[in-house]
Write a protein that binds this ligand. Structure first.
Ligand SMILES: [Fe+2]
Ligand SMILES: [Fe+2]
Length: 170
């Protein structure tokens, strides 16, 4: 639990502006996997990224890791709604997320790489930086856990204040 609190503090330290932004808040209305919204998924992925880096003692740029993770699915639509523009979502949403995130936030090369390449190997270009490899890995762990409603994802979701305080400022 102490580790989750440390992750949460780091997510707020480096990503508060992203979490407060109106588009990110809109992500609360878009479902991602199972009963998890895109907003919740993005926060859980950021948390799991920090846990992976911590457990494996990987030296990372924490700011880039958190911001890349929070924005990796910033495609800003509900992919369950049938629409021509949502076709082949799996293939194209990483690029769309990167375009939207670059428009709304100032991003460095690591964040852009993490967002653009998080769907590797479905998107063929592999992640270039340690941080983008971690985002890619954490996304798969979380997507599987959320879809199958596995306890580790539920545990992270239920114990992060950012996600519990759904109707407050963040
Ligand atoms: Fe994604
Ligand atoms: Fe994702």
């Amino acid at each position: 639990m102490k580790k989750l609190a440390a992750c949460e503090a780091m997510i707020l330290r480096y990503g508060a502006d992203i979490l407060e932004s109106s588009n990110m808040q809109m992500e609360k209305m878009f479902m991602q996997h199972g009963d998890v919204s895109v907003f919740e998924h993005s926060v859980i992925v950021a948390c799991v990224c920090l846990l992976i880096a911590g457990y494996l003692h990987i030296r990372v740029n924490h700011r880039a890791l958190v911001r890349g993770a929070l924005l990796h699915d910033y495609f800003l639509y509900d992919w369950h709604v049938p629409d021509k523009s949502h076709r082949l979502h799996g293939l194209f949403h990483a690029q769309k997320a990167c375009e939207n995130a670059s428009r709304d936030f100032e991003l460095g090369e690591i964040e852009k790489d993490a967002i653009r390449k998080h769907m590797f190997p479905m998107n063929l270009r592999p992640p270039k930086y340690r941080e983008s490899v971690i985002v890619c890995l954490a996304d798969k762990i979380c997507a599987t856990g959320e879809t199958l409603r596995m306890p580790y994802c539920r545990n992270v979701k239920e114990n992060l204040g950012i996600l519990r305080e759904k109707d407050e400022a963040l």
